[in-house]
Design a protein around this ligand. Structure first.
Ligand code: KIV
Length: 282
């Protein structure tokens, strides 16, 4: 079949710059019932793949402490670490909203310090928004940032930066008291100006109640199907991490095995002098 020339509007569509996903768009997606797909990424290579795949939100999570740096917790991650990785992710992304996680002690001291550090993530790293853990205790910081034009994503339920306070990574919000606190915190975050809330490892029923009680989108991780969107740590859903298999992670691939196999075949070829061959040499 003969190829038809592109119309003016098609040419325009092809040459038009791709627009970044905005926090407003995410709000619209909630109102229209369109689920938001989010993943973490920590470098340009992976961020580019996820962006090309149409992921809406890429979070430069402080989970990089576990995934990239090999720490047991997220506590050692610094603001400079997040700035470094957010810069890299930003270089790989054209469309997705890039959210930079605020690490432990970068927002707890005072709303003013939170504001200054969030400003660095926007200005120096190019983040489109920041994320902080907690409800009531961070509401003033959220207010300070949002009134100055910094979009803030909240994070309730299991908040890994508080691991030494809780002592375990168990499901949160199972008891009535804790569930009511999570509901109240979600409201406070919304009132303080947050544009979305991550709900981590809470009962699906509670996540559905939170989702129905706020107008901003909820993004679940281990929080059931009735959130407005879902997020996973990419190394978990690709099967790259071997020691971490919580029930809420669906394996979309088993890259640990596939990459190990590729590395072994490469090592065998090198040792048997099968690599490189003449075509791979100059
Ligand atoms: O740091 C992170 O990756 C996160 C997600 C699990 C939401 O906070």
């Amino acid at each position: 079949m003969e190829e038809q020339p592109l119309s003016d509007s098609e040419i325009h569509a092809h040459s038009a710059p791709i627009r970044r996903v905005t926090t407003n768009q995410l709000g619209k997606m909630k109102r229209k019932g369109q689920p938001i797909a989010a993943l973490t990424a920590y470098d340009a290579l992976i961020a580019r793949i996820f962006d090309d795949a149409g992921i809406d939100v890429i979070l430069v999570g402080d989970s990089l402490g576990n995934v990239v740096q090999g720490h047991e917790t997220t506590i050692p991650v610094t603001l400079d670490d997040i700035i470094y990785h957010t810069r890299a992710v930003n270089r790989g992304v054209r469309r997705a909203l890039v959210v930079a996680d605020m690490p432990f002690m970068s927002y707890q001291v005072s709303p003013e310090e939170a504001f200054r550090n969030a400003g660095r993530l926007m200005k120096e790293a190019g983040a489109g928004a920041v994320k902080i853990e907690g409800g009531k205790r961070v509401a003033d910081a959220v207010g300070r940032m949002t009134e100055a034009g910094i979009p803030v994503m909240g994070h309730l339920g299991l908040t890994p930066q508080s691991i030494y306070q809780f002592g375990t990574y168990r499901v949160r919000g199972k008891e009535t008291n804790e569930a009511e606190n999570i509901l109240a915190d979600a409201k406070l975050l919304e009132e303080a100006g947050a544009f979305a809330i991550v709900l981590e490892k809470i009962p699906a029923e509670l996540a559905a109640r939170v989702t129905a009680s706020v107008e901003i989108p909820t993004i679940g991780i281990g929080a059931g199907a009735r959130c407005d969107g879902q997020i996973l740590v990419y190394a978990d859903m690709l099967g790259l991490s071997v020691d971490f298999r919580p029930r809420f992670v669906r394996l979309y691939d088993s890259l640990y095995g596939r990459v190990t196999d590729a590395a072994k075949r490469y090592a065998d070829d090198v040792r048997l002098r099968n690599f490189p061959n003449d075509d791979e040499s100059y």
